[in-house]
Design a protein around this ligand. Sequence first.
Ligand SMILES: Cc1ncc(COP(=O)(O)O)c(C=O)c1O
Length: 392
Amino acid sequence: MSHPFDALTHEVLRHDESVKWATFGTDVLPLWIADMDFPVASEVREALLRRVEGPLGYGLLAGDPRLYALVNDKEVARGSAPYDPAAMMLMPGVVPGLYAAVLGLTSPGDEIVTHVPIYPPFLSAIADHGRVTRAVPLTAPGGDAARWEIDWDAMEAAVTPRTRLLMLCSPHNPTGRVWSREELARLAEFALRHRLWVVSDELHADLVLDGTFVPFASVSPEVARRTVTLTGPCKTYNTAALGIGLATSHEPALIDAMRAATKGVMGHPAALAQTAWMAGLSSDGAWLADVLGYLRANRDHLVARVARDLPGVRFTPPEATYLAWLDFSALGWDERPQVRLLERARVGLSDGLTFGEGYGAFARLNFATSRAVLDEAVDRLTDAVREASPVS
Ligand SMILES: Cc1ncc(COP(=O)(O)O)c(C=O)c1O
């Protein structure tokens, strides 16, 4: 049965105000930056239209209390203890939250542990302000591991007396892992034993395709008091253009430290972004359920097509997100796959190297697009892979 998203062709989707669509030539299918090619929920669109019909003078400078209440309801429904709205800090995005955590919770020269591969701003937030990255590679699938796993020995080896912070991406971008309660409990034990602060970026928490998301701060009250949780609406409701994020903690002093370190630079929260987020949180969830169904079907289709048409490309299906972390290393190319596939297949993927040293043979593919665009992109990749490794 067809779905309204099936009608989205690249002619319909291409527009000059989208970084995804405007970055490459018009003959390129862009499956890179993490937004969805789908229109927003009607509740979100209608709330925005209503809001722009009203005055656009200064809004509530400390943020809308209804938004704090809605975010709290959601966190509590997932198993977290309620947050004090005074310890909720709105920011122009979640990336500013990564930077604010680094600035507020560590000092120059301090070490920060994070897993690699990782969403690139984790690495820039550490390096841009003179902190030191202690990158712990996830264990690649293969051998005993059926999926990307945390290497616990490498975690222990990464910690020194200068290590202050663990930056966690949960669910994980780019592998799509949904960390289990057991893994999170072990991370909590690790953080407590080494007296680390934790920043848990939970922006993808609503985009779970299989399994159950567990908020890191819900694992134990002890670790909750060492944790800053970052969240936002942009992945769930596809509103990245509006720019908003939120940091919160059960230890208000951590949020105070982030506020102090960024005093004067965060501005006041944008009215339209808050409107869209509140509309999404107040909606009945039908739009999101429909999107998740489409994403799940696209993921399963991609898994089948990679297995059938892209021999040598390794790919472990993501449990969350709409991102596929593709390993081209077995093809033995001397160019990075992102570069080669942009030139030869005219498909724009994200460059694996930006996700950490050692990932130059990987590329990330965003499958939050129509089935037709996805199929056309995989057809082009198939031709480029065949051309590079002709069957004798
Ligand atoms: C884990 C993660 N954090 C943060 C962001 C970006 O957040 P924002 O656009 O709100 O700064 C992304 C976007 O892809 C992401 O994947």
